[in-house]
Design a protein around this ligand. Structure first.
Ligand code: SF4
Length: 208
């Protein structure tokens, strides 16, 4: 996806399912013939178009503010193709300067649209990483991005991201990680801590 489309899709995907955000994105594109039309429309019309994605009343003005900021920076043109010419750090800084765009959204655009070696830290990547012991859980998702970026070789970043998401969705689940099926169990700090934690004493339930 081109970077502007990736960015808008990413804003729509926040706090909702893939299915709902996809529907919201399709409705937005069907309802308005151009990004200029999205920017100029009454905010209520944009809100209506993206309603299936949830939080429409906050996402609609944010999308319009992002489009206005891009048009202002880009001599009235509403696209992000100029990012292709920028080095990764400059492109990241520009994306972070847009209203409501945080490190995760910037990383998604850089990684998936521009093909840059940047790790988007979503909830799965964050959880699997701290459980494996790459960093302490308390560092938070924003700082986790920089820590992972320092330890994963550039050429492995895309595969690392994709595999950690798959692992988090299928095995290292948030509520009940399937450690007995996990090929990384021998390497896992969380698993080691669980095994060495004192076990609750058995309570006899038999009647006396
Ligand atoms: S051993 Fe358990 S906690 Fe550790 S990565 Fe595997 S599933 Fe996750």
């Amino acid at each position: 996806m081109p970077p502007l489309e990736e960015l808008i899709a990413c804003i729509l995907s926040q706090h909702t399912s893939d299915t709902n955000s996809h529907r919201a994105y399709l409705q937005l594109r069907e309802r308005f013939p151009s990004w200029q039309a999205v920017m100029d429309a009454p905010v209520g019309e944009v809100e209506e178009a993206i309603r299936p994605g949830g939080l429409a009343s906050s996402k609609a003005p944010r999308i319009q503010a992002v489009l206005r900021a891009i048009a202002e920076h880009n001599g009235g043109k509403i696209d992000l193709d100029f990012l292709y010419q920028m080095d990764t750090e400059s492109a990241r800084r520009y994306l972070l300067s847009l209203p409501g765009v945080g490190p995760k959204t910037a990383a998604i655009v850089l990684c998936f649209s521009l093909g840059r070696p940047v790790i988007p830290v979503d909830t799965h990547v964050f959880r699997v990483s701290w459980r494996l012991g790459f960093f302490e859980r308390r560092v938070g998702e924003a700082k986790a991005h920089d820590l992972l970026q320092n330890i994963v070789p550039e050429e492995d970043i895309y595969a690392f991201h994709v595999h950690l998401i798959r692992h988090g969705r299928t095995i290292c689940k948030a509520q009940r990680p399937r450690c007995d099926q996990c090929p990384l169990a021998d390497l896992c700090a969380y698993r080691r801590a669980m095994l060495s934690a004192p076990q609750p004493a058995n309570v006899s339930t038999s009647a006396r």
